[in-house]
Design a protein. Structure first.
Length: 440
């Protein structure tokens, strides 16, 4: 069901760990070559290209690329009460956490008459991608939209693939989530073509589109498949992106105190996302490893997405990693840099505080990753593929820019004028110094 990697009896270096640990292979370069013509087609032909591409990839030609406002509102009106209540509670918790993330402006008086201020300014307009392939993700609407709203972004666009069985509209629960959050600019566009529309904007082609179907955005966020990731790579620089999201990952650092049923259930919970999803258990307990393997067999047989889960668990990206002790296990998970990391050990909080690379950390037996996917209050759009070594999950910081404001008076400039000139001359840029001298 799942392979083993035995690191007992040795302490590999970080370089060796990176070579030995399992990781899903995602050929973004190959996908980029495939999607480049799609981006060019959308940039040139706008809405006409979007309809052609939807017909080609989604099997439906949407009449309305921009979802009519009444369709968005109707989806909320018919939403199951239990689902609505769950979404509303998710929104409340995510908003509470993200409101606390807002960075604060500051002012520093570096000398009399010399002041530098830093302002945090939200981007003007963002495009939020919500997948609709193997599964649909209304929870991703919440994670993306709430973070942008709490950052103060004034213009929000949600894109999600058209559904053939819905006459070209996105999933109704996705639409209902948009309505719940007050987002009325929603497009039935998915894949690389959605990224192109957001980056370049799109002219209308049919009467329902208007002259301009969609104005370009400044930042594109949200997870998607390898083609979405490749498209985001190609437009990066023209717009900002959150990350090139790869297949989801869970790593569990556990000792003999962990409940094997919990561990197995959590590994399966992420494996059901995608055949390329990674599920990794790191443990010094051979007994726990064997018990988890047995529980996986039992639980996989009963899960709805069995075929997807089996493929993910048997893939080279998943494994049980045996180590000598938790210190060695900590080295492994820090080198791996998982999107989601669970700590199921004695004194779990202390071990969690020593983790240096993870998208999000889930501490103890009652904080499963699936809680973070929906209701914890944290954001579930997280760095994958080891990007947690240098990148953060989605948050308010993803939608704001730090802008420094410099205010010097004449006396303050005069005090440092000679030093500015000295540095300018040392760099062979005398006109820089002259720009200061010209003021006196």
């Amino acid at each position: 069901m799942i392979s083993r990697i035995d690191l007992r009896g040795r302490r590999p270096s970080r370089r060796e760990l990176l070579a030995e640990l399992p990781r899903a292979e995602l050929d973004v370069e190959h996908a980029a070559a495939a999607v480049a013509p799609i981006l060019a087609q959308v940039r040139a032909d706008g809405a006409r290209a979007l309809r052609d591409l939807s017909e080609r990839f989604d099997g439906v030609r949407p009449q309305h690329l921009r979802v009519p406002a009444e369709a968005v509102e109707e989806s909320l009106a018919v939403l199951e009460p239990q689902v609505r209540a769950a979404l509303e509670e998710t929104v409340r918790r995510v908003r509470q956490v993200h409101r606390a993330q807002r960075p604060q402006d500051f002012t520093v008086d570096v000398a009399p008459g010399a002041r530098v201020r830093q302002r945090w300014i939200p981007v003007r307009r963002v495009g939020l991608y919500v997948p609709g392939g193997l599964a649909v993700y209304p929870s991703s609407v919440v994670m993306n939209v709430v973070a942008a709203q709490e950052a103060g972004v004034g213009s929000l666009v949600v894109v999600s693939p058209p559904q053939k069985e819905r006459d070209g509209l996105p999933d109704p629960v996705v639409l209902a989530s948009c309505a719940l959050l007050g987002v009325d600019e929603v497009y039935a566009v998915g894949g690389a073509q959605a990224v192109a529309m957001l980056a370049y904007g799109a002219a209308g082609s049919d009467e329902v589109d208007g002259e301009t179907l969609c104005e370009p955005v400044d930042v594109i966020t949200g997870p998607g498949n390898v083609y979405v990731a490749a498209a985001k790579r190609l437009v990066r620089g023209l717009v900002g992106i959150d990350a090139e999201a790869g297949p989801t990952e869970i790593a569990v650092l556990a000792d003999g105190t962990a409940d094997p049923s919990h561990v197995a259930a959590d590994l399966i919970s992420q494996a059901e996302h995608d055949p390329l999803a990674a599920a990794v258990l790191v443990t010094p307990s051979v007994e726990l490893a064997g018990a988890v393997e047995a529980k996986l067999v039992d639980r996989v047989e009963a899960t709805m997405n069995r075929e997807r889960v089996v493929t993910a668990l048997r893939g080279t990206q998943s494994a049980i990693v045996l180590v000598d002790d938790l210190e060695a296990g900590l080295d492994v998970v820090n080198a791996y840099g998982a999107e989601h990391l669970e700590i199921q050990t004695a004194d779990a909080a202390a071990w969690a505080d020593r983790v240096t690379s993870a998208g999000a950390i889930f501490v103890g037996p009652w904080s499963p990753v699936s809680l973070g996917d929906y209701m914890a209050g944290s954001n579930h759009v997280l760095p994958t593929g080891g990007c947690a070594h240098f990148a953060s999950g989605l948050g308010v910081h993803s939608f704001v820019r730090a802008v420094q404001v410099v205010e010097y008076d004449a006396d303050a400039l005069a005090e440092v004028a000679d030093r500015v000139v000295a540095l300018a001359d040392a760099e062979g840029l005398p006109a820089h110094g002259e720009a200061v001298r010209a003021r006196f």
